[in-house]
Structure formats: C-alpha cells, structure tokens
Design a protein around this ligand. Structure first.
Ligand code: PLP
Length: 423
C-alpha cells in the first residue's frame, strides 16, 4: 500500500477478510492445529507460510511486525520481548566469539552494559567511538574481524543526533552493516533505512507503545545489505541446526531477518506475548498524532527553560543554540522527540530538590510515554556506569532528563514554574 505514513500507522499489518473481526484479534494460543504431519513438515522446511509455535511466530505478533516493517520501509521485522532482546539478537545474528564491533559511546546505558559486559563474556569485543569524530578516526577502529557499527538516531539520554549517512558510508566501505536504534525518533520522525542504515532496532516500550503498558522490541531488516561478501559465514554457509539451510541463497533479501527468527528466536526464546503485541498495535495507531504533540510540547518547554534564570543549560535538538540543530533539520525535519535534558544552577542537590517539588511531572524510571516524567540519570538509570563512562555518554551529575508528555503544555510549564520558584 502506498499510503502516507500516518495512514500506515492505522491501516498496515492486519487486513481482515470478509466477516472477520475489524480490530486485530489477540490469538492467545501457543500452538496451531494441522490435519497432516506432512503439512507441519512443510512449515518447518519454510516451504510454506504458517504458524506452528508462538515462540517463532504468532498471528497477532505477525500483523504488528508487518506494520512496523511498513513504517520503517523494511522488508521484514521481528518483534521481541524487550528492546534489550532486539539489540542482543540483532548483534549476535552476525557476530560470533572472536568478532569485534563498533558502537557509538553515546548509546543507552542498558545497551552499553549489554555490549561492554555481557557480549564481552561471550567473546565479542566492542570499541565505543565518539559518533561526532571525523570519518578517518572512526575508520581507524575498524579491524579485519569488525562485523558492524551500532548507533542511536537520537541518543538516550544525551540527545546526540548521529550522522547516519556518515556512519553508513564508513560501514559499507568496509563491507559491514550499520545497525540503528531508532527508539527515540520513531519512524514518524526519521526512517534510518532511507539514509543507508541496514538494520533498525527499537525498544517499542517507549513511544511506539506510548502508554507505558508493555515492554517490547523489534528488529527491522532493510533487505539492502549483501551478506554474501565473505564476512558473514553464519548467513552464507549451511546452518547445521536448520538442516543445512543457507540463508543468503534460500531466503534472498530476507536472509538476516529469517535467520534471526528461525535460529536465534528458536534458541533464545525472547518472544513477545500476543497480548503485548495487541497493546503495541493500539499504540502504533496513534503514533503519528502523539509524536507531533510530544515534539511541539517539548519545543515550548525547552524554550521556556532556556530563558529561565535558574536554569544553567538546556539540551534539545530543536533549539537553535543546540550543537545538533543542523543535523536534526536534516534527519528529523518534523521534530526530534519529547525528551529534553537540562541542568539547574547549583548542581546535583538543587536538581533533586526541583524534581521533588514537581506535581504533574512524576519521577519515573521510564521515558517516552503520554505522561510527563522526570529523572536524574546519574543516580538511577546510569548508576552502574563509571564517571568516565558517564562523561562519554554526555551525562553530567546535574543532568535532569525530562520526558515531555502530551498534556496541555501550559500545565507542564506551570508545574515547572512553581517548582523553580521554590529553589
Ligand atoms: C529503553 C531503551 C532500550 C531498551 O529497551 P527495553 O524495552 O527497556 O528493553 C534500548 N534502546 C533505547 C534507545 C532505549 O531507550
């Protein structure tokens, strides 16, 4: 369907036939009945499409995957139980023990731990780079065994905007893919595949769900990367655990996403619940409306804070004073996201006092849902990181992260006004 993306938010994925439910049904079943074992055999051989076990695929989840693939402009998608599972599976689908990868040092703290600690234990080494570094400096980090570059469109919470085209060209020159975590931008504001990203991952727990009701993740395959270039034997040589299937020749453009499902989802089991996929689908139906309001509210709050005498600095890509204003205009012309960060004059203690005095904005370890929330990363989400790692993530001890909701903006600003007046 060649609809506008707003229409796709609502219409893609589930296509009911005559007399079927209008709304995506929740298929709360782990198993599926067939009339012959021969038919089930064909499903296992991937000779025919169909469902046989919900760990691998489920009709409700399938519709949501098709919708998200359409929104991102990919050829296929696989939902996971969380964003962490999506990042893990996307990486180990192409990295083995002994391999190396490059990641932007600005990415989400949970992903930094996954890469720096857990993947290291599995024998995969990661080099964190400054995504703003010149092309040559990043290229220097690429080794013979480097298998991918990973970055976030808008870093959580540093709000660093990455130059996707720059990273894609560095990756492609070396015959490796670029994986972009597009959680904060959502496909409403940026579609990384259009700028050269090969694989897109999301924590759907954030704006896509939008109501803070269901954890989830998704991997989207652009279908554009040539995996048969000698660097990815896991995709281009027979998989003994799947009776000798060669993903590149047997699945063509869908090699990556088929392998992620039939091999890694089969083995790791980080599958989403059908009920969560249903909730995610409801969230996606209003994603276009919500993102618009998140962005316009955040812009007004950022401008208000920037002009406030008790505020030391404000970081929001929509502000002209922002380092990433020009990059944001290119990659995020409709707006970036609803998350802003700022520092209060007086540092850490004053920041905590402001947070405790707010009434509408709640202290919550979550961002990117309908309700305005506020958090102090250095003492919460990022407390596992060393001071050095914190600085590399762009998070100072005074940094307050505020996720602007879709309430009336005057109420959000009035809440800040009364809080700041108490300092
Ligand atoms: C929250 C988040 C994740 C992790 O997702 P979960 O759904 O919490 O597992 C990954 N990347 C980014 C950018 C996030 O904001």
């Amino acid at each position: 369907m060649n609809y506008h993306i707003e229409t796709k938010c609502i219409q893609e994925g589930y296509q009911p036939k005559n007399g079927e439910p209008r709304v995506l049904p929740i298929v709360q079943s782990t198993t599926y009945k067939y009339d012959s074992s021969e038919h089930v055999g064909r499903l296992f051989d991937l000779a025919e499409e169909g469902f046989f076990y919900t760990r691998l695929a489920n009709p409700t989840v399938d519709c949501v995957e098709k919708k998200i693939a359409a929104l991102e402009g990919g050829i296929g998608a696989m939902c996971t139980s969380s964003g962490q599972a999506a990042s893990l599976i996307a990486v180990i689908n192409i990295c083995n023990a002994g391999d190396h990868m490059i990641a932007a040092g600005t990415i989400y703290g949970g992903t930094i731990n996954l890469f720096a600690v857990t993947l290291k234990k599995l024998g995969i080494e990661v080099t964190f780079v400054d995504p703003d570094a010149p092309v040559e400096a990043i290229k220097k980090e690429i080794r013979e065994n480097t298998k991918l570059i990973f970055a976030e469109t808008i870093a959580n919470p540093a709000l660093v905007i990455v130059d996707i085209e720059k990273l894609a060209s560095i990756a492609h020159e070396s015959g490796i893919p670029l994986i972009i975590d597009n959680t904060f931008a959502t496909p409403m504001n940026c579609r990384p595949i259009e700028f050269g990203a090969d694989i897109v991952v999301h924590s759907t727990s954030k704006y896509m769900d939008g109501h803070a009701v269901a954890l989830g993740g998704v991997i989207v395959d652009s279908g554009n990367f040539n995996w048969d270039n000698g660097k990815f034997p896991g995709l281009s040589t027979p998989d003994d655990s799947y009776h000798g299937m060669v993903y590149t020749s047997d699945c063509g453009k869908a090699a990556f996403i088929v392998k992620a499902r039939v091999q890694l989802m089969r083995d790791l089991g980080a599958a989403p619940a059908p009920n969560n996929a249903f909730l995610l689908n409801l969230g996606l139906e209003t994603l276009h409306l919500r993102m618009e309001r998140h962005c316009s509210n955040a812009q007004k709050v950022a401008e208000y804070l920037e002009n406030h005498e008790k505020i030391a600095w404000v970081n929001y890509p929509g502000l002209k004073s922002n380092k990433y204003y020009e990059l944001a205009k290119k990659y995020l012309p409709k707006g970036s996201c609803g998350v802003i960060s700022y520092g209060v004059k007086g540092g850490r203690d004053v920041a905590v006092k402001l947070m405790d005095s707010l009434k509408l904005a709640a202290i919550v370890v979550h961002v990117a849902d309908a309700r305005t929330s506020i958090l102090h990363p250095a003492s919460t989400t990022h407390r596992q990181l060393s001071d050095q790692q914190l600085m590399e993530c762009g998070i100072g001890p005074d940094l307050i992260r505020m996720s602007i909701g879709i309430e009336h903006v005057e109420d959000i600003i009035a809440d800040l006004e009364q809080g700041l007046a108490q300092l």
